[in-house]
Design a protein around this ligand. Structure first.
Ligand code: 6PG
Length: 221
């Protein structure tokens, strides 16, 4: 096992542990800087984490929410990561609306990436990430070229629809004080095996920067 990998009995246990880790970091950030800046993951893996988090008591007025990536779809499209985050978390907790920073992907990937790069703080306290079946994370896909100068970048020809997206860049993700990758579900086994073999997957590149924690179901081993 790698140094910062933790195995759990179930996806539910992964979600519970993720909430514990996020709230620990939030309390540390708020104690130190009177605010907590976190980029949340999209997709389906983190949904349960957000549902559990929404039932906890936090100093929500100090939380600032960003998103790791967004799909270029209309603002109210139910496939948007922003809509999922709104439904599973933001509609249930008292985070001030002006402290949620969705990616304006409805503007198109280039304009949205530029705007988001100007919106993001210099450094995030926490980035929560998932992993796709091909080892992508956020919207950083295998064999794609990536920007090294901006905090957010336009994505084209994404193999996971829609093809146009916006993603935090590797450099910006790696500058965060902490990263946590969640991996659950049997469909991720091939990518996980590839990761363990040392294949240059996007998620592996992010993990190379400690402290990156990886929480997985033990079904993979
Ligand atoms: C997206 C997500 C994406 C996701 C992985 C895993 O827009 O699709 O941000 O990066 O984290 O594809 O997706 P699941 O959690 O649904 O398996």
């Amino acid at each position: 096992m790698k140094p910062n990998w933790s195995l759990f009995d179930s996806a539910e246990a992964v979600a519970l542990a993720a909430v514990e880790q996020i709230t620990l970091c939030a309390n540390e950030a708020i104690e130190g800087n009177n605010s907590f800046h976190i980029a949340l993951a999209g997709g389906t893996t983190p949904k349960r984490c957000y549902e559990i988090l929404s039932q906890t008591q936090q100093d929500w007025a100090k939380w600032h929410i960003y998103i790791g990536d967004e799909r270029c779809l209309p603002e109210d499209d139910t496939e948007r990561n922003s809509i999922m985050i709104q439904k599973t978390l933001l509609d249930k907790v008292a985070i001030p609306a002006q402290q949620f920073f969705p990616i304006k992907a409805e503007l198109g990937n280039e304009a949205a990436a530029k705007h988001y790069s100007e919106t993001l703080p210099d450094k995030l306290d926490f980035v929560l990430l998932g992993m796709g079946e091909d080892g992508h994370t956020a919207s950083l896909f295998p064999r794609h070229k990536f920007s090294t100068s901006s905090k957010a970048q336009a994505i084209y020809k994404a193999p996971k629809p829609p093809p146009k997206r916006v993603s935090l860049s590797y450099d910006y993700i790696e500058q965060a004080k902490k990263r946590l990758v969640l991996v659950t579900g049997a469909s991720k086994q091939p990518a996980l095996s590839s990761w363990l073999k040392g294949d240059p997957l996007p998620v592996a590149r992010v993990e190379n920067n400690s402290p990156t924690l990886v929480y997985l179901e033990k079904i993979y081993f």
